[in-house]
Unconditional design. Structure first.
Lengths: 271, 298
């Protein structure tokens, strides 16, 4: 489709004899917010690394704007899962965001007013202006996420990848990050692909869902994908989808219980 | 002034050489040192120093200026470390237990043989603890050139080194050749270890490399300020060290000057200890900016 920004075609990744991803195909449209949802170890991080060009594929193709992904690319922004930054690292928040503009370049550059303003505006947009002069290693997890989002967005990428940005955050930081992301993505028309093991915080902003389990994906609107039949097929065993107070719980049946037995139990519980 | 600078300080040729070379090397070590600490490679620096000791003593045995020994063995070791992956923990264990032990053992043998054949008793001391007052004038251009090369490497790599230390995945995704950059930096580190070994000796060279940098990282917030602070601290330690070492010649018992390396290393340590006294500048953080009420129902 002409509107597709990114397309994965039959991507498989085998690492040490183990199939991490099996024939994964999906596309991401411009400006769309996509949740990459799945349990831990399902292959979410590998999938993001494939898109970034950090993980070679065993077979298949990654197309960006209809062409194979170029080696050097600043049209994809990336927020990795967790940063291990020591508190004595001499990088202020504004230095980190500034590195987002041209940190991959050799040589030094002179400071300029235009650049300083660009960094300040980005920090304000990400809600991180209050700690612009703090060292990044001294920040809390949620604050660091905002800074890294600003770092990734300042070069105006077309696509922003985030690996579990909500892990280990408290509920209010979680909501803060999600709303900042949704607002910036809409304002800058950036497509977002965000991985998470819990889809609930993303429900208000997610346009589409890419559900990963056992190295395979199911793609579409959340209502269509998050169904017991779809997910059971994906997991290869019976899965229940429970909706409580507008939240969704996905619960896999223990190994050895087949679909019919579990369904019978469900009826028993419901009755 | 007379009490600070003993007679002849400003007219002594060795002092001039020592001050000029010492300044350039102090700046190089401090700047390279900041990136060494940021990258968590202080251990690599220390390993390079141990192996440089072997090179220095080998060079002395065969009658070559020890700087070339420091440099050749340091650079060779850097290449080897890159190969075995000294950054990985297993690589470190192998390096510490096997390679460094062997290197210092060889150094002991070379120094023993050298002192047997040539009765120069100062050789071991010069190699292990430095000799800034007896720098051969003919090596000065090589020392300065090496220093500028190491400095230029770090300046060219500064931004990518910072980005890689933030996240090597981000750097790699943006097209930075992370492995090659790491190898180039390790070479710059080997060169500055060799240079610093000339001033304060191979065994102590890491002190001039890591000490001012570690102190600067406690005091400065931004990369530029950290580098400038480290350079100023390194230069001060070397200058004051040279003055005190010169003066110590006149201290009782007169006629026996104390080693420069002792003063430089002591000043570096004192500087670091003083930086510990300074409380961390307050930061506008600790979750003040995320909305509160984390426990309220969502």
């Amino acid at each position: 489709m002409a509107n597709d920004l990114l397309r994965l075609e039959d991507v498989s990744v085998r690492l040490g004899g183990r199939e991490i991803l099996k024939d994964v195909s999906f596309s991401i449209r411009r400006g769309e917010f996509t949740g990459l949802i799945g349990p831990n170890g399902a292959g979410k991080t590998t999938l993001l690394r494939v898109i970034l060009g950090l993980q070679p594929v065993t077979s298949g193709e990654v197309l960006l704007d209809g062409a194979p992904r170029p080696h050097r690319d600043s049209s994809i922004g990336y927020v990795p899962q967790k940063l291990a930054i020591e508190p004595d690292m001499p990088l202020r928040v504004r230095d980190v965001v500034s590195l987002g503009l041209d940190g991959q370049k050799f040589g030094i550059r002179m400071p300029s007013r235009a650049r300083r303003e660009l960094v300040s505006d980005m920090l304000t947009a990400a809600g991180a202006q209050g700690y612009a002069d703090a060292r990044v290693g001294e920040l809390s997890g949620g604050e660091q996420q905002r800074v890294m989002i600003a770092h990734a967005l300042i070069s105006r990428p077309k696509l922003l990848l985030l690996d579990e940005p909500l892990a280990n955050l408290d509920i209010s930081s979680e909501q803060g990050i999600v709303s900042v992301l949704a607002r910036l993505a809409r304002a800058e028309h950036v497509a977002v692909l965000l991985s998470a093991h819990d889809m609930n915080p993303l429900m208000p902003v997610m346009d589409r869902i890419v559900y990963v389990a056992a190295g395979r994906v199911a793609v579409g609107d959340a209502d269509v994908v998050v169904q017991p039949e779809v997910l059971s097929r994906l997991y290869g065993r019976h899965v229940d989808v429970i909706r409580v107070h507008g939240r969704i719980l996905v619960v896999a049946a223990p190994e050895g219980i087949d679909a019919t037995e579990a369904a019978a139990e469900d009826i028993g519980v419901a009755g | 002034m007379r009490y600070i600078f003993e007679p002849g300080f400003f007219t002594s040729a060795p002092v001039h050489v020592a001050l000029a070379v010492g300044t350039v090397i102090a700046i190089t070590s401090a700047v390279v040192g900041v990136f060494t600490v940021i990258r968590g490679q202080s251990f690599a620096g220390h390993s390079l120093a141990d192996i440089a000791t072997t090179g220095g003593s080998g060079a002395f045995l065969v009658g070559v200026n020890q700087f070339w020994g420091f440099l050749a063995f340091g650079a060779g070791a850097a290449a080897f470390m890159e190969m075995i992956g000294v950054q990985r923990r297993r690589g470190r264990d192998v390096a510490t237990g096997v390679v460094l032990g062997a290197a210092l053992g060889l150094a002991a043998l070379f120094l023993y043989l050298a002192t047997q054949s040539s009765s120069t008793t100062g050789a071991s001391f010069t190699i292990l603890f430095g000799s800034i007052f007896v720098i051969t004038t003919s090596t000065v251009p090589a020392l300065i050139a090496s220093a500028l090369l190491a400095l230029a490497t770090v300046v060219v790599l500064a931004r990518v080194l910072l980005l890689s230390s933030l996240s090597s995945d981000i750097a790699a995704a943006r097209g930075v050749p992370v492995r090659a950059v790491g190898a180039a930096f390790l070479m710059a580190l080997a060169v500055s270890v060799a240079l610093s070994a000339v001033i304060i000796g191979a065994v102590l060279s890491t002190a001039l490399l890591i000490g001012p940098a570690a102190t600067a990282l406690r005091l400065a917030r931004s990369p530029v300020r950290a580098v400038v602070t480290a350079a100023v601290l390194g230069v001060l330690a070397v200058w004051i060290g040279i003055v005190l070492a010169y003066d110590s010649f006149y201290w009782p018992p007169a006629g026996r000057g104390w080693p420069v390396s002792f003063f430089v290393v002591t000043l570096v340590v004192v500087g670091y200890l003083l930086s510990l006294l300074r409380p961390r500048p307050p930061t506008a953080t600790q979750d003040n900016h995320d909305p509160e009420h984390a426990c309220s129902p969502a």
